[in-house]
Design a protein around this ligand. Structure first.
Ligand code: AKG
Ligand code: FE2
Length: 955
């Protein structure tokens, strides 16, 4: 509470210095003893011991400093000192920073070397005498006693002091009363350095000054300090007038703390309170001037204050409801008191209130209302209600009031009107939350409806209350997302509005509102019907959401971002595999709450843009969306379930049309036109292409519709993803492969059109690299049209059979495949040779006898080769061993046949050697066979290799 530091530091007393000692010496000393020497000692009342005429001396004009000799009597001083005995504690100073207008929040009381004295706080109205002193102080100050803080006794031992300070901007006035005389020149004066005056302590003498220039503005001129007494003990009492009605606030607080009502209030929660119950529970007597608040709710604070108004006040207020001509004479001064109490319970400065004078029954509250402070008004209504209702319903608690029947009736009327107005307050307050449902809005509206209901209990025909209840209920319906509940509320509101119209047929507002409610009911009914349909649609859509295993879902949606001003970005159509981590996570969430055809607006938080893949890059303005929440308009176009070919969503397959005829068999020649389309629908590759040279980039790839589709043999060199798709297509069929990325093409031999698939693909990749996006081959769709299926040659019965040359061709092809290392493909061809030959005529068969021998030795060799390592290994499963044994048995059968039919064939010896090794590890036998083989076919590479291999194993 310094003068100079404004609101930064509240109390920074300066230590006494020599310089200050000097100032004190030079200051004008004001001593009542000297004043009275001229004027004569005041004549004391024998009974009270106080001056018959109390004189106040203005010793300084601006700021006004007043001295009152013998303000307290010896008896009073003795009493105050007795009350303080045993209760002296170290004095504190308020430290902190002014932030609010409530110093109790801003300042903290702390011990300080700047105040070394002792203090004792008396309780408010602690005794009759204390209360009497308090009232006299209030009279002296011209301030209501409610603003007087608890009397603050001080005691200074020699050397103890209170350094330079200001009593606080929240204390408009200070009265300091000295409680004893000190020896002459013992010091202990109250020194005002800025005024250059000091007061000599004289028993019973009061000094009064103002601490403010205006509300909340320090008057730095009245900075002062309590100088240390050199000898003797100095007693005094600080009487601070606060800018808030602190006395009653404290009384209410003490009362609450004492009886632990807080806990009970908390338990009461927001249940309907019953003041009657509160009264019943609390039988303790209240001291005059004390009020007791029952706190029903902490946040927001709601208190009930029984006996808030005293008898006179209640009568005066109740009388105001009567017509002026029949109104009894009212002591209008009580309105000021009510005002003051209202202010104190509201915790708001009384200056904010309009005077009650000339009030109609509700003027006090109306005034608040007009200022737009709904909450303040509501607070007042609450308090008035508590009182009025109690007065009407529990007259037994007010035996002293002796109200007449009319007075009770008028109190009841007041109660009704106050409830009606409280409902309005609550409606207005609820309106500040807008029209969308919120917890607070709902709570307030429900309270509003309740208040109106209370008024209606007192008068069921109160049109205003009916209207307000209806309005509250209708508003509740408006924000309610539960259709059924909302409809019920509408019905209630409608009933009330109808009643308003019945009571007041001229009420246009009610008619308008009624119509609005009826519209709302219609809308709700519509929504209900749609909701059912929607629920059905969702149920229909449900299976695709539960896609599992090999079935996956591809979702097609159109999306655009919506800017703050409502403009849409150019829409982008997106197709993605549901659950694909490369896709914007938010879209997965979004799509799961939508049905096909639905347009929805979603706000995506930046964290939703976690996806890093190429697909998310196609979303409009995702950069912005990654920085801050963005609003998207999404249209759910369609969804398709796809078969997941590798169960990881890497390669989905969708058959658009299966075509006609049988499904292509293994080794069928298929003519496939395939295209690779990027996620943005751009054509990346077509298998029917021509190279166009000499363009800007030197070379470009152009689709050529006149070219035939390239052909592949299914199972031999066709790009595997395409052959997988083609196996489920008939000729003329079309399908799509949905690829998360284009897999590496297998190394393939040259195909029919002179360009193999890997070459095509590498061209395609190059083209993609030249293009804008290097990732454009991710999330591509391979569209396949199976233009022609040529079934594999069936055998001699096939129209395409060319006689023995077909066998030769087939065996040649098998040899090619074997050379390439494609043993399985070779095996398939060799088995066909073995199957066809016995179907030939004897002469034709003879011409291909050797081919048959080669074919059977080839089959046996392949089988023995794949069986041998398995039989060799001890760690394979018995299933595999069984398969290997079966292979070897078949090889043995071929071998036996060969040994009979083609004993000289190198392949026969080779096969035998292989079997010997695989079965018994018979190296000698195998070696012997190989030597024979070398003799018959010295140039056979397989024989030479096998011999070498055997040699290495033997050593
Ligand atoms: O002791 C005095 O003379 C003055 C005391 C004072 O100013 C205070 O307690 O605030
Ligand atoms: Fe002070």
């Amino acid at each position: 509470m310094t003068a100079d530091s404004g609101n930064t530091s509240v109390l920074v007393p300066q230590p006494l210095s020599d310089e200050l000692e000097q100032l004190v010496q030079e200051a004008v000393s004001i001593d009542v003893k000297e004043l009275l020497a001229e004027d004569g000692l005041p004549e004391l009342d024998e009974r009270t011991g106080r001056p018959k005429v109390l004189k106040a001396y203005v010793v300084h004009a601006d700021p006004k400093m007043t001295v009152v000799p013998n303000f307290l009597s010896d008896e009073e001083i003795k009493h105050l000192l007795e009350l303080s005995e045993d209760y002296w504690v170290q004095s504190m100073v308020g430290t902190g920073v002014y932030k609010t207008n409530d110093e109790s929040k801003d300042l903290q009381n702390k011990p300080s070397p700047n105040r070394t004295s002792y203090s004792c706080m008396l309780r408010s109205s602690q005794t009759d005498l204390v209360r009497d002193v308090e009232f006299r102080l209030a009279q002296l100050a011209g301030i209501q006693v409610d603003y007087l803080e608890r009397l603050n006794m001080v005691r200074y031992e020699p050397g103890q002091l209170f350094n330079r300070h200001h009593d606080g901007r929240f204390r408009p006035k200070t009265v300091f009363v000295y409680l004893n005389d000190l020896p002459e020149n013992a010091g202990g004066e109250t020194f005002f350095p800025n005024l250059g005056i000091k007061f000599v302590p004289r028993k019973g003498c009061a000094v009064m000054w103002s601490n403010v220039l205006g509300p909340g503005v320090d008057d730095e001129r009245t900075i002062h300090q309590g100088l240390p007494p050199r000898t003797g003990i100095k007693f005094g009492v600080n009487c601070f007038f606060n800018d808030k009605p602190i006395k009653q606030m404290e009384a209410a607080r003490i009362s609450q703390e004492e009886d632990g009502l807080r806990a009970r209030a908390a338990r009461l929660g927001c249940k309907t309170f019953d003041p009657e119950q509160l009264f019943r529970d609390d039988v303790r007597e209240l001291l005059p001037g004390q009020i007791r608040a029952f706190s029903l709710n902490q946040e927001p604070k709601l208190s009930v204050i029984p006996g808030f108004l005293n008898e006179d006040e209640a009568s005066a207020l109740a009388a105001m409801t009567q017509p002026a001509e029949s109104r009894p004479v009212i002591d209008e001064s009580c309105f000021a008191r009510i005002e003051q109490k209202m202010a104190l319970v509201a915790g708001l400065p009384q200056v904010n209130m309009e005077p009650l004078k000339g009030a109609q029954d509700e003027v006090l509250i109306e005034e608040f209302f007009k200022k737009g402070d709904i909450l303040k008004a509501a607070d007042c209504y609450y308090h008035t209600i508590v009182y009025c209702r109690d007065l009407t319903q529990n007259p037994q608690y007010y035996p002293d009031l002796k109200h007449t029947q009319e007075q009770r009736q008028s109190s009841k009327d007041l109660c009704e009107s106050v409830f009606t107005n409280l409902a309005l307050c609550q409606l207005k307050y609820a309106a500040t939350f807008g029209t969308t449902a919120s917890e607070e809005r709902t709570k307030v509206l429900k309270e509003g409806a309740k208040s109106a209901s209370e008024a209606l209990k007192l008068n069921p025909k109160n049109a205003k209350a009916l209207f307000r209840r209806a309005a509250a209920t209708a508003s509740l319906a408006q924000g309610n997302s539960n259709n059924e509940e909302a409809q019920q509320l509408c019905l209630e509101a409608r009933a009330d509005f109808l009643q308003v119209i019945e009571v007041d047929p001229q009420n246009r507002e009610a008619r308008v509102e009624l119509k609005a409610v009826q519209e709302l009911v219609k809308a709700l009914k519509r929504e209900e019907a749609e909701g059912e349909k929607k629920g059905w649609l969702r149920a229909e859509a449900a299976p695709w959401l539960q896609v599992n295993g090999a079935t996956k879902c591809v979702v097609h949606m159109r999306c655009s971002t919506v800017a703050a001003e409502g403009s849409h970005s150019a829409p982008v159509t997106l197709s993605f595999i549901l659950g694909d981590p490369d896709m914007h996570e938010g879209f997965h969430v979004a799509v799961k709450s939508m049905t096909v055809g639905e347009v929805a607006s979603f706000t995506f938080s930046p964290s939703r843009f976690r996806a890093t893949g190429s697909l998310v890059k196609l979303l409009p303005s995702t950069k912005e969306a990654q920085a801050k929440p963005s609003v998207w308009e999404i249209t759910f176009l369609k969804y398709v379930t796809w078969e997941d070919l590798d169960c990881k969503g890497q390669r989905l397959r969708k058959i658009h049309s299966e075509g006609y005829g049988p499904f292509p068999e293994h080794l069928a020649e298929i003519f496939v036109h395939w295209k690779v389309v990027g996620p943005d629908n751009s054509l990346l590759h077509s298998s029917r292409y021509t190279l166009s040279m000499g363009a800007d980039s030197g070379m470009s790839q152009v689709e050529d519709e006149d070219k035939p589709a390239p052909s592949y043999v299914l199972g031999e060199g066709a790009w595997e993803p395409i052959s997988t798709l083609c196996r489920s297509l008939r000729q003329g069929g079309a399908g799509e492969l949905w690829m998360r990325c284009l897999p590496a093409m297998p190394v393939q031999e040259s195909l029919g059109n002179g360009m193999d698939a890997s070459a095509q693909l590498s061209m395609m990749l190059n083209k993609a690299k030249e293009g804008a996006s290097q990732d454009s081959l991710e999330h591509c769709v391979v569209r396949v049209e199976l233009e022609k299926v040529v079934p594999p040659l069936a055998g001699p019965s096939d129209a395409r059979w060319e006689g023995p040359s077909s066998v030769v061709q087939e065996r040649f092809r098998a040899a090619q495949l074997l050379e390439k290392g494609d043993e399985n493909a070779a095996l398939a061809r060799l088995r066909r040779v073995a199957a066809w030959c016995p179907q030939l005529s004897a002469s034709e068969g003879a011409s291909v006898s050797r081919d048959l021998g080669e074919a059977r030795s080839g089959i046996g060799w392949i089988l023995a080769c794949r069986a041998a390592p398995i039989l060799d290994s001890g760690s394979v499963t018995s299933d595999l061993i069984a398969l290997a044994k079966k292979d070897l048995a078949e090889a043995e059968a071929h071998c036996k046949w060969l040994e009979v039919n083609h004993p000289d064939l190198a392949g026969t010896r080779l096969l035998r050697s292989k079997i010997l090794l695989a079965l018994d590890d018979d190296f000698a036998g195998a070696h012997e066979q190989l030597l024979e083989a070398q003799r018959s076919a010295p140039d056979n590479k397989t024989v030479q290799l096998s011999a070498r291999h055997l040699e290495s194993r033997r050593t």
